[in-house]
Design a protein around this ligand. Sequence first.
Ligand SMILES: NC(=O)c1ccc[n+]([C@@H]2O[C@H](COP(=O)([O-])OP(=O)(O)OC[C@H]3O[C@@H](n4cnc5c(N)ncnc54)[C@H](O)[C@@H]3O)[C@@H](O)[C@H]2O)c1
Length: 371
Amino acid sequence: MESRKVRVAIAGVGNCALSLLQGISYYRAQGTHGNQVGLMHYDIGGLTPGDIEVVCAFDIDVRKVGKPLGEAAKAKPNCTTMFFDNLAFCQAEVFMGPMFDGYSPLMDAYPEDERFLVADLEPVDVGKVLQEKDVEILISYLPVGADQATRYYASQCLKTGVSLINCIPSFVVSDPEWYNRFDRAGIPIIGDDVKSQVGATIVHRALSALLGERGAKIRRTYQLNVGGNTDFMNMLDRTRLKFKKISKTEAVVSTIEGEIESRNVHIGPSDYVPWQRDNKVCFLRIEAEGFLGAPIELELRLSVEDSPNSGGVIVDAIRFLKLARERGQSGPLYPACAYFMKRPPVQMDEKEARGKLEAFLQGSIKEKGCQ
Ligand SMILES: NC(=O)c1ccc[n+]([C@@H]2O[C@H](COP(=O)([O-])OP(=O)(O)OC[C@H]3O[C@@H](n4cnc5c(N)ncnc54)[C@H](O)[C@@H]3O)[C@@H](O)[C@H]2O)c1
């Protein structure tokens, strides 16, 4: 019997896309008995990472549009580390997407090798391509602040019955107006703003929950993040950050016991350091009160390669969504949103979300899994 495949499209062939393609290729090459380290699940309902087929992509960069996907993903300004170089199977075409607010003018000040270079081409009709390529799931890896572009791609998904995985902090899956439309159209979705596999958000959440469980009260906290990829360059444009700050802050504050004044929480992308490339460094500080009000201070430095850290989450999100489609579910897949995303429609702690996801895998949660 021929194995099942998941037919995926990507909007935004940046560093996250490059890491995802490397991951699919690497675990496919490993086969069933090879190295599975780095995966949260090897098998999801009979699907392995190698069963993901990227069948088309959309971008706006002259070095990417019109190229086979594997080649486009390796083009500048992408700079994530190549852990697995063979992307020979990624032959899908990269189409010119509509620009909308995908480009921040602030990028003009930087060398071409480091920033986006917009192609002077007519955009395609995204819905038509999604239909022609028989796409099941569209992953949005657009830049932070591309709110209009996000709404355009989401509307094309709605029109064509395609599921959306929204990796960016433009609120669609967590916005009732939008998720109800997907629900009514019978389309399952996951979003918003991907939570890295082992990144600043999950570590901050785990530490906040730990302090709360042990009776300590968090008084003040910050999380400062620096990196040298286009994601960090783009986020120097503070006008694009409104929803990113909301998403990152909510993800942490939802795990803090009791009230905390908003002025005592500072979480966000902090600076762009070009030589860091795709290495992201997080500096985290928590000040708390323990027994008798005794002070507790915690400082942590976390250094990760940024883009593979989201790839490890998205290979699972894609396969959970495929399963949800096969089971006829619609609207947000709540536990998956809570486990994989910073801004889900319903926040859950990691243990609850993971438990519900496993129950979903076993088939014991048939509905959206929130009840
Ligand atoms: N761990 C992580 O890396 C992580 C975690 C959370 C969220 N994210 C988010 O995921 C998104 C993607 O991250 P990345 O590092 O791959 O970014 P990136 O800057 O490397 O890539 C963005 C890509 O989108 C393209 N683009 C711009 N406008 C477009 C449009 N209108 N249509 C199609 N393509 C367009 C650009 O040319 C570029 O190739 C970002 O919003 C980022 O904040 C990433």
